[in-house]
Design a protein around this ligand. Sequence first.
Ligand code: NAP
Ligand code: ZN
Ligand code: ZN
Length: 349
Amino acid sequence: MTIKAYGAHAGTLPLEPMDITRRAPGAHDVQIDIAYCGVCHSDIHQVRAEWAGTLYPCVPGHEIVGRVVAVGDHVSGFRAGDLVGVGCIVDSCRHCGDCDDGLENYCDHMTGTYNFPTPDAPGHTLGGYSQQIVVHERYVLRVTHPEAQLAAVAPLLCAGITTYSPLRHWQAGPGKKVGVVGIGGLGHMGIKLAHAMGAHVVAFTTSESKRDAARALGADEVVVSRHADEMDAHAKSFDFILNTVAAPHNLDVFTALLKRDGTMTLVGAPATPHDSPEVFSLIMKRRSIAGSMIGGIPETQEMLDFCAEHGIVADIELIRADQINDAYERMLRGDVHYRFVIDNATLTS
Ligand code: NAP
Ligand code: ZN
Ligand code: ZN
């Protein structure tokens, strides 16, 4: 089947309308009409070939929500009409230790929702800036939020799970002081989720203009990280810091804020490396720097259910598909409040 999409033919070119094909649903497949797709900074990194190995044409998008239109004969968990989501994963080997643990995100053979090799035309996966997607049922999530919130649910499929998973793994909760660095798509979800988990949340931003907004998102305190005196006031006090910044920066100013045995987990994935951290700062307080990648399918469902229960959605700016190139420029300036979401009904020409 041929459908409308938005993508790029090269890393130096803007995104433009294009036609793509989707496979007919197989026995275990779910065919989804995409209603909305969030815009992740990883889309920019990949469509512009900032990370190695982008496959063109590149149709980004891995924060997908919509309605099931058809299912294969062996699909038992979904039926036509269901509200569903698809995140960053559309396949994995299904039999390694990581898959058995429901951590398909760490499977060596994980297939990402776009820019990964697949038998389907054109030989690599194409993402959610498109009218429809066909996905094996194992990788489809159930959405239980009210339908009116659907556009604001889309960012949970990447920004939500990428912050939820490390917050759970490093046990954010009552009695814990948690920092969230960078208030963009991921960071604003990190603030909301850490707050809902009961932690004392401190937001770090480079943007003075986000100070009040960060409090409204659920931060107990806000620090403008350019101000050394504000940073110093939090020295050696954090149990955990979640760093979502999309660009290389000085990590030492944040590790200095960890208390003994504290961890800073990097989820931001800049195109070029950070300078090496100051080793003595880690040694002296047995501090850790860690990484985390999205989350597995069971935990993504757990996160969606947690958000539905706590009334959590993303703060979004809904855009037409033809506004995507401008949205990218605004994200690169930090001018995002706090996630752009494409209205896929505008993918008509
Ligand atoms: P975003 O919406 O663009 O937000 C990034 C935020 O980082 C900005 O809003 C800004 O917040 C802060 N920042 C500070 N200095 C910056 C600079 N020089 N350039 C850009 N941002 C700067 O991005 P996102 O969608 O949240 O993604 C953040 C990063 O996480 C990206 O690198 C993305 O690829 C990565 N990511 C990783 C995973 C994973 O599984 N680990 C999953 C999804 C995304 P302030 O204005 O508050 O300073
Ligand atoms: Zn993403
Ligand atoms: Zn596997």
